[in-house]
Design a protein around this ligand. Structure first.
Ligand code: NIG
Ligand code: FE
Length: 419
């Protein structure tokens, strides 16, 4: 039987539709293509019509009684939010490190002492596939509650062949068993495991010669990401790993210039990465290179807040022509949140994005950062019926009434999953 959802009379239907299918830059990020008194008709999971309510009433006057009708009078409606950077499939928790940082330790002090990523690696290795699936499902449920219908997820808490495969297989199961679309990224080069200390090049060889072929063989990832940072992987090592991944069809991403300026933004442009992440300390040359190459800046203001750092220069990047996306960075160390609405608020408050730019960064540009823009990220004919109904009437309120979850209902592929 055909399933039809008709959401009508939305005060602002933010379609995010534009003619270009490229990531949005500069003034394009402010154009939300809003329809007032808007309607969207979703049939068998896909958007079949979108426009003014009066137009759809005319178009479907014979079929209105087949639809599950939602009266959205006075409510904002947007595409499902997209989170293009998470480490969602992990074991355990690290609340003690939060206390330690408040007592004065830095993120890197904790990692170098065997905590941080190493601590989560230990807990992830110890967990069974089943346990990881259960823990991660709870986080994905929380994403849905916050209006997020598509999420990228990285490995990188296995750091050996067996456990990297385990983490990626967990994500494959989550993709099958949970309504959220989960797009997998291999991040074997997330940290040098403690038993490889002093033998960093050997670990890079292991990632390139053993992990990458095995992951490609099982088709477990779309992207290949590296933590390029002082004391983690050098730009040279990062480049080798990203170039090797390309040979297996994995598109590069890069955790770049998070803690110290290290040429990560420049490297992202050089290797043709789809996105560069963090960029708190990106250089002006790096920003210019990204704009020229069309590299998406995936900015993570909740991480900056949680680590009590100055956020990335989002305003400057947009003005320089870099397409900007935003993300939670959901992970147990530097940003344990699943709230994309909070991240949008912070994008405005700490990076001076306009409310409209923040919504573009969390929908269309975020979808582009994980190559999902032909399925989701905007409300357009033929795309998935991934839709959020908000308990407020405008996108401006969404960013202004901050720190509160305004989600009223969520549909994923036309199926109501929240509300
Ligand atoms: O994106 N910076 C590196 N990786 C993660 C943090 C991982 C962790 O602390 O467990 C990030 O912030
Ligand atoms: Fe990250």
């Amino acid at each position: 039987m055909t399933s039809i959802v008709w959401i009508k009379h939305s005060s602002q239907l933010a379609t995010m539709a534009q003619h270009s299918t490229k990531p949005r830059i500069k003034e394009e990020m402010n154009n939300l293509s809003i329809i007032e008194d808007g309607s969207v008709w979703i049939e068998d999971g896909l958007i079949k019509a979108i426009g003014k309510t009066s137009e759809l009433e005319e178009q479907f006057k014979e079929r209105a009684d087949e639809a599950d009708i939602i009266d959205a009078t006075g409510h904002l409606v947007t595409p499902g939010l997209v989170d293009p950077h998470t480490h969602v499939a992990y074991g355990g928790s690290r609340e003690r490190e939060f206390e330690m940082r408040l007592e004065g330790s830095t993120y890197m002090d904790i990692m170098n002492a065997g905590g941080g990523i190493h601590a989560t690696t230990k807990m992830t290795r110890e967990a069974t596939e089943e346990e990881l699936v259960e823990q991660s499902k709870k986080r994905l449920d929380s994403f849905l509650k916050h209006g997020v219908t598509t999420v990228e997820g990285k490995s990188g808490y296995g750091l050996d062949l067996e456990n990297e495969l385990k983490q990626l297989r967990v994500m494959k199961r989550l993709q099958q068993e949970h309504p959220i679309d989960l797009v997998p990224t291999f991040m074997g080069a997330h940290a040098v495991p403690t038993d490889y200390k002093g033998r960093e090049e050997d670990f890079v060889d292991l990632v390139i010669n053993e992990m990458l072929p095995a992951i490609a063989e099982e088709n477990l990832a779309v992207f290949n990401d590296v933590f390029c940072e002082v004391g983690v992987f050098t730009p040279e090592q990062s480049e080798r790993i990203l170039e090797a991944g390309k040979k297996y069809g994995l598109t590069p991403k890069i955790h770049a210039d998070e803690i110290e300026p290290y040429g990560g933004a420049e490297l992202a442009a050089k290797v043709g990465a789809i996105s560069a992440e963090h960029l708190l300390k990106a250089s002006d040359e790096g920003i210019k290179a990204m704009a020229a190459a069309g590299t998406i800046a995936c900015l993570l203001p909740a991480t900056a807040l949680f680590l009590r750092e100055q956020a990335a220069e989002g305003r400057k990047m947009i003005d320089a022509g870099v397409p900007v996306a935003i993300s939670t960075d959901c992970n147990p160390g530097s940003s344990p949140t699943t709230s994309m609405p909070l991240v949008m608020n912070l994008a405005c408050i700490s990076m001076r994005l306009t409310p409209a730019e923040a919504l573009t960064a969390a929908t269309y540009n975020a979808a582009c950062a994980i190559q999902m823009e032909d399925k989701t990220g905007s409300l357009e004919l033929g795309k998935q019926g991934d839709v959020v109904l908000w308990d407020i009437s405008s996108y401006q309120e969404l960013q202004y009434l901050f720190g509160v979850n305004h989600v009223k209902a969520v549909w994923k592929k036309g199926v109501k999953v929240i509300g």
